[in-house]
Design a protein around this ligand. Structure first.
Ligand code: KG4
Ligand code: ZN
Length: 333
C-alpha cells in the first residue's frame, strides 16, 4: 500500500509544498520564492515574508496536489516545518498543516528544518552509508554534524558568529551584487582569480568550529584600501577562503570520527566551487561524497516530507498543540 506525505515549508522566504510516496518518491515539489519581494531590502524582511506566506500557502499546496495528481483524500500524513526559522513565517505553514490534518482526518507531524536539510540527501540516495559527516551550510546555520544513525546526531562543530551563507550575503551586498548573495558571488567568482587575495582563514588549524565575521571585515577593509581591485577577483578569493575552511574542517571531522563519507546540505551546498572541491577531496581521501542536486540544497518541502515521514515511522505523530520554535536545535524533536 502506498503512503503519501504532504510536506509544507515556510521557515524563511520560500513557500513550498511537496507530495512524496513512502518518504522517498517525489510526486511533486513546488517552491515559490519571495526573493523579488526582499531583494530591494538586501535581505529577508520577516513581516513581508509572513504576509507573502499567507497569500501563497493555499495556491502552493493546491499546485503540489494537482502536480502530484492526487486529492486531499489521498494524503496519509501532513508534515510541516516547526522550527528553526522566522516565527511569523513558521506559523503560517504549521497552522495550515494542522488545519489540513484536521479536515482530512490524517496525522500531523512537526519537522525540524535542520533535519529536513539532512534528509534532502536520503531522498536522492536512500542507501547512503552511515556514519556520515554532514556539512550543513545555509543562510542561518553552519555546522558539522555526525549522523550516526537515523535520528541520531552529534554536533561536531558550528560557527561562532556568522553562518557561511550570511557571509556570502553580506559580502555580496557590500560588493553591490544584490540578494541573495551566494548565487551572485558563485557566478562572478568564475571570472576571477581565487589566489588574487589571500584572505584570512579563521581557526583553520584548530578544532571543528568556524568563524566568518573576520573574513567579511577583511574583504571590506581590502576593497576600501584597494578601490581599483577587480570585483571578480574579490569574489573568487573570498569564496576560496570560505570553501577552504569548510572542507579542511570537514576532512578533519571525517578522519576524527572515522566516518564513511561526507554529505553536503543547505543552500551554500549549491556553491559550484564547494561541490567541485568536495568531490576532489573524496577522491583523494577515499571516502564517499554525496552532493544533493542544487534544488534539493536550498529550501524545499520534499525534504520536509521525507524527514517527517521518517520521524512518523519511528515515533508517530506530533500533538496538534505543537508550537513553533524559532530556535529549535537539531536535538529538539
Ligand atoms: O538553506 P537555504 O535555502 O535557507 C536557509 O535555511 O538559510 O540557504 C540560503 C543561503 C543564502 O545565504 C544563499 O546566499 C546561500 O544559501 N546560497 C549560496 C548559493 N546558493 C544559495 N551560497 C553560495 N553559493 C551558492 N551557489
Ligand atoms: Zn534551509
Amino acid at each position: 500500500m502506498t503512503f503519501r506525505t504532504l510536506g509544507i515549508e515556510t521557515s524563511c522566504d520560500e513557500t513550498a509544498a511537496a507530495v512524496l510516496v513512502d518518504g522517498n518518491t517525489i510526486l511533486s515539489s513546488v517552491v515559490s520564492s519571495q526573493v523579488d519581494l526582499h531583494a530591494r531590502f538586501g535581505g529577508v524582511v520577516p513581516e513581508i515574508a509572513s504576509r507573502a506566506h499567507v497569500e501563497l500557502i493555499v495556491p502552493v499546496v493546491a499546485d503540489a496536489l494537482v502536480e502530484a495528481g492526487v486529492e486531499g483524500k489521498d494524503i496519509d500524513l501532513v508534515a510541516a516545518t516547526s522550527g528553526p526559522g522566522l516565527i511569523g513565517a513558521l506559523l503560517v505553514g504549521l497552522s495550515a498543516a494542522k488545519a489540513l490534518s484536521l479536515v482530512w482526518d490524517v496525522p500531523f507531524i512537526g519537522v525540524n528544518h535542520l533535519e529536513a536539510h539532512l534528509y534532502a540527501s536520503f531522498l536522492e540516495e536512500p542507501d547512503l552509508e552511515l556514519p556520515l559527516v554532514v556539512l550543513l551550510v545555509s543562510g542561518g546555520h553552519t555546522m558539522l554534524i555526525l549522523m550516526e544513525d537515523h535520528g541520531q546526531y552529534r554536533v561536531l562543530g558550528r560557527t561562532l558568529d556568522d553562518a557561511a551563507g550570511e557571509a556570502f550575503d553580506k559580502v555580496a551586498r557590500f560588493l553591490g551584487l544584490g540578494y541573495p548573495g551566494g548565487p551572485a558571488i558563485d557566478l562572478l567568482a568564475m571570472e576571477g582569480d581565487p589566489a588574487a587575495v589571500d584572505f584570512p582563514r579563521a581557526m583553520r588549524r584548530d578544532g571543528l568550529d568556524f568563524s566568518f565575521s573576520g573574513l567579511k571585515t577583511a574583504v571590506v577593509n581590502h576593497v576600501r584600501a584597494n578601490p581599483e581591485s577587480d570585483p571578480a577577483d574579490i569574489a573568487a578569493s573570498f569564496q576560496e577562503a570560505v570553501v577552504d575552511v569548510l572542507l579542511t574542517k570537514a576532512q578533519r571531522a571525517i578522519e576524527q570520527e572515522d566516518a564513511r563519507g561526507l554529505c553536503l546540505a543547505g543552500g551554500v551546498a549549491a556553491n559550484s566551487s564547494l561541490r567541485e572541491r568536495a568531490l576532489d577531496l573524496s577522491m583523494a581521501g577515499g571516502h564517499q561524497a554525496f552532493l544533493p542536486s542544487r534544488s534539493m540544497c536550498t529550501d524545499n518541502a520534499a525534504m520536509v516530507a521525507a524527514a517527517g515521514w521518517r520521524r512518523f515511522q519511528a515515533s508517530g505523530p506530533s500533538p496538534l498543540d505543537l508550537g513553533t520554535d524559532p530556535s529549535l536545535s537539531i536535538f529538539g524533536l
